[in-house]
Design a binder for this molecule. Structure first.
Ligand code: 4NP
Length: 151
């Protein structure tokens, strides 16, 4: 039975949060942990993850092609226990939809889970080449390892 629900959030829900969703799903038992992702924008609503995210995930044995972009909504606060955002801008946009302190307490920067990172923001790789996606993948892998260790 599901006991923990985690939502990964970025801006477009096509680059960073689909990777975070796929990586964490590969580390936990889906009978108990439900994981989803969303974007603060609807720019890419209904779209597959970016091909560069699909490829870097595939390189590590993870298939994220079942994912489709959707926009974060206020009711997500009622479903999810923890909402991991990729950067400060995502955090501001998600917190703007919070109804109370209970909602606000659910929002965390994902890199704060892994203390090895100097920066607390996962850089937006959208305008990068493939190397940016490799860097993002490694950051998210480290953070998801820390998250799954605690679950
Ligand atoms: P993501 O990357 O937030 O990691 O999915 C982006 C994807 C699309 C855009 C920006 C960031 N965009 O401006 O369309």
């Amino acid at each position: 039975m599901i006991h923990t629900r985690i939502l990964m959030v970025c801006l477009g829900n096509i680059c960073r949060s689909p990777l975070a969703e796929g990586i964490l799903k590969s580390m936990v038992n889906s009978d108990f942990i439900y994981i989803d992702s969303a974007g603060t924008s609807a720019f890419h609503k209904g779209e597959l993850p970016d091909i560069r995210s699909i490829n870097i995930a595939k390189k590590h044995g993870i298939d994220i092609t079942d994912q489709r972009s959707r926009q974060f909504k206020a009711s997500d606060f009622d479903i999810f226990d923890t909402i991991y955002v990729m950067d400060d801008s995502n955090k501001t946009n998600v917190l703007a939809l919070a109804k109370n302190n209970n909602d606000r307490a659910k929002v965390k920067l994902i890199l704060n889970e892994s203390n090895t990172e100097i920066t607390s923001n996962v850089p937006d790789p959208y305008y990068d080449k493939d190397q940016g996606f490799e860097i993002v993948y490694n950051m998210l892998h480290d953070a998801c390892t820390c998250i799954s260790d605690k679950l």
